[in-house]
Design a protein around this ligand. Structure first.
Ligand code: G3P
Length: 221
């Protein structure tokens, strides 16, 4: 399973890349707005830092607007993936952009039916929003399981990118469900690394180590 960072925060992205923790990045208009700064400049910087795919969303709502913006976004860097919202107009844009060799991530997916249509249109990634379904009393993870099964049934090459991941249990469940990619905010990445028993165990080892007179580099202080 690939891990993407769901953020436009250059500092957090750089830190995760330097530690070898992420394979790509996803952004959306809200995440870009949160960081401030010039859109193109931020995206160019992220694309230079991240070796893998960086999803960048269009804001047009007609297929013409989405195709024009998508072509422009695709020129920013070789690793850009154009993010298109799940609309009827959007599916037309997905088909066209895919035929032009531009990779597309279809976003705002809330049902397996939408995911099947997006895959048939030629999406490289589809992004079901798990947390936002949980927010309205649905089990968001169920659609990840359904989409993975449907794509397997028909040998569809689209990758399931579990999005709107809010906590470590979502992350593990998405992996168990067979999601190809999970995109997580920086806060969840920090939570995944940490475990209180790791901290307690390390503290104990280091305290005991002080009782050993000679270490690798000479006497222990
Ligand atoms: O990038 C889209 C998605 O991950 C947003 O998550 O937490 O705003 O529902 P959230």
């Amino acid at each position: 399973m690939q891990i993407f960072m769901d953020s436009a925060n250059v500092k957090a992205i750089r830190d995760a890349v330097e530690h070898g923790l992420i394979d790509g990045v996803t952004t959306n208009p809200s995440l870009i707005a949160k960081e401030g700064g010039d859109f193109r400049g931020v995206i160019e910087q992220i694309c230079r830092i991240v070796p893998g795919p960086v999803s960048v969303e269009v804001v047009g709502t007609t297929s013409e607007q989405m195709m024009t913006e998508g072509r422009e976004i695709a020129k920013i860097a070789d690793n850009v993936v154009v993010k298109i919202p799940m609309l009827k107009e959007g599916l037309r844009a997905v088909r066209e952009l895919n035929q032009e060799g531009i990779r597309v991530n279809v976003t705002l997916i809330f049902s397996a039916a939408q995911a099947l249509l997006a895959a048939k249109a030629g999406a490289t990634y589809v992004s079901p929003f798990v947390g936002r379904l949980d927010d309205i009393a649905h089990v968001g993870m169920d659609i990840i399981r359904d989409i993975v099964a449907i794509y397997e049934n028909y040998g569809l090459p689209a990758q399931v990118l579990a999005a709107s991941i809010r906590h470590p249990v979502h992350f593990v469940e998405a992996a168990l469900a067979g999601a190809h990619v999970v995109t997580i905010p920086p806060s969840v990445l920090e939570q995944l690394v940490k475990h209180p028993l790791t901290d307690i165990g390390l503290e104990r080892f280091l305290a005991d180590w002080k009782k050993v007179p000679q270490g690798i580099f000479g006497p222990n202080r």
